[in-house]
Design a protein around this ligand. Structure first.
Ligand SMILES: [Zn+2]
Length: 170
């Protein structure tokens, strides 16, 4: 079965009242900000979303997304494929003034003038946040793993010094 494209925006309250579920994709070329944060986005993101109302009748959406990107190894400078997934739970921030006592269980999702949330933006934000801070090959796959001089993490050092690692990363 061919996967459907995720709608760009959705009314979260109506979707929650109907308990809508989505199982679709976001095309790789729509993930422009993720592409800017990596070498490239190498395939479409798979996304599942479930809208529902909680006990307080608050609309929320629980989701899961996975994608594959090309990252630059900070040890040998070559590109490598990185496949990963994120889980998230959002509730629409219907009144900006309610931001301060927003329920902790959810991330706030901004709504536009039509009361809709931007699904692609939410999923892309999550994917960007979950990128590794220092991208590196697995040691076995890395050309530079034999003679590491840059960003080396002491493994068998008797006196590991976290500041030494920070210095190496500079
Ligand atoms: Zn490498």
């Amino acid at each position: 079965m061919q996967k459907v494209k995720l709608p760009r925006t959705v009314d979260p309250v109506r979707a929650a009242q109907k308990k809508l579920d989505y199982d679709g994709i976001i095309q790789a070329d729509l993930l422009e900000r993720l592409a800017e944060s990596t070498q490239s986005v190498t395939r479409d993101a798979n996304v599942t979303l479930s809208f529902d109302l909680d006990q307080r009748r608050l609309a929320f959406v629980r989701g899961h997304a996975d994608v594959e990107v090309t990252l630059t190894c900070q040890r040998c400078q070559e590109g490598f494929q990185h496949e990963y997934s994120v889980d998230f739970c959002y509730s629409p921030l219907l009144k900006p003034e309610a931001a301060d006592d927003f329920p902790e269980a959810y991330e706030p999702a901004d709504v536009d003038e039509n009361g809709e949330i931007n699904l692609i933006q939410i999923v892309e934000d999550e994917l960007i946040l979950d990128l590794p801070q220092v991208a590196m090959h697995d040691e076995a796959d890395c050309k530079a793993s034999g003679n590491m001089t840059f960003g080396e993490i002491p493994v068998a050092d008797e006196r590991p010094n976290p500041f030494a690692v920070l210095k190496n990363l500079k």
